[in-house]
Design a protein around this ligand. Structure first.
Ligand SMILES: O=C(O)CC1=CCC(=O)O1
Length: 257
């Protein structure tokens, strides 16, 4: 099963892959697209059952390793060997998995509002069971509180992405989050890494999540964005875009795409 993806920007520019979070689509990265496509070829993908990607067949579960392998399939099909990668939350977990499984291909890494471990697996198994039973409605009801700092008024389009998500795809991604734990492997990541954390992120706050990534990944910097919750790139696009472009400029070594 191939993941839906979109490619924007100059054909001869270095490639940056952008990974979405659980319940969102390629549209999550729309605020960064104008700045990034000035000098980068941007490849965005949809998670299984999200946006325009098909759900996993037969109620299958998934691992983050499966998702990373599907992203590599896209890149192979596009003829991309070396790339930079930025991902939000589950999309960031996919980035960490890629940096561990394909270190020679990940030239630069940006881990945004993410974690080496997303809390106790039981919570994710319960959420997967709820969504398999009742659909995505119950988790969409509470998404704005999980995703944004209090007072943010722009949640509507992002919650609409979740409401349109296939329950089997959403649940399979919850299974992937339940099993994900790379805490003890972070020291093996060789890509120059920027960790971006939202100061008001509830699911993956800087303390215990972003700071663990930044402390354990050998060549990592941490930027904490004030006034941002879990989808910091949507809520505070200016500072997040600036941090990403500065990191890409500093770390991309001019290798061809
Ligand atoms: O619970 C949420 O919706 C927040 C989240 C955790 C992992 C992810 O990708 O999103």
């Amino acid at each position: 099963m191939s993941l839906y993806h979109e490619v924007d920007g100059p054909g001869d520019a270095p490639v940056v892959v952008l990974g979405p979070s659980l319940g969102t689509t390629t549209g999550l990265w729309a605020p960064q697209l104008p700045a990034l496509t000035e000098r980068w070829r941007v490849l965005r993908y949809d998670l299984p059952g999200h946006g325009q990607s098909p759900p996993p067949g037969g109620g299958r579960t998934l691992t983050v390793g499966d998702l990373a392998a599907q992203v590599l399939e896209i890149l192979d099909a596009e003829g991309v060997t070396r790339f930079a990668y930025a991902g939000v939350s589950l999309g960031g977990a996919v980035g960490a998995a890629l940096a561990l499984s394909a270190p020679d291909r990940v030239a630069s890494l940006i881990l945004c509002c993410t974690s080496p471990r997303f809390g106790p697996p039981e919570g994710w198994h319960e959420r997967a069971a709820l969504v398999r039973r009742e659909g995505v409605g119950p988790v969409a009801e509470t998404a704005a509180q999980r995703w944004f700092a209090p007072g943010f008024t722009g949640a509507g389009p992002y919650v609409a992405m979740l409401r349109a998500t296939d329950p089997a795809g959403y649940a399979a991604c919850c299974d992937a989050l339940a099993a994900f734990d790379v805490t003890d492997r972070l020291a093996r990541i060789t890509a120059p890494t920027l960790v971006i954390a939202g100061a008001e992120d509830v699911p993956t706050p800087p303390a215990g999540h972003g700071d663990v990534l930044a402390d354990r990944i050998p060549d990592a910097d941490l930027v904490v964005v004030d006034g941002a919750g879990h989808l910091a790139n949507a809520e505070r696009p200016g500072p997040v875009t600036g941090a990403i472009t500065r990191h890409l400029d500093r770390t991309w070594k001019g290798l061809p795409a």
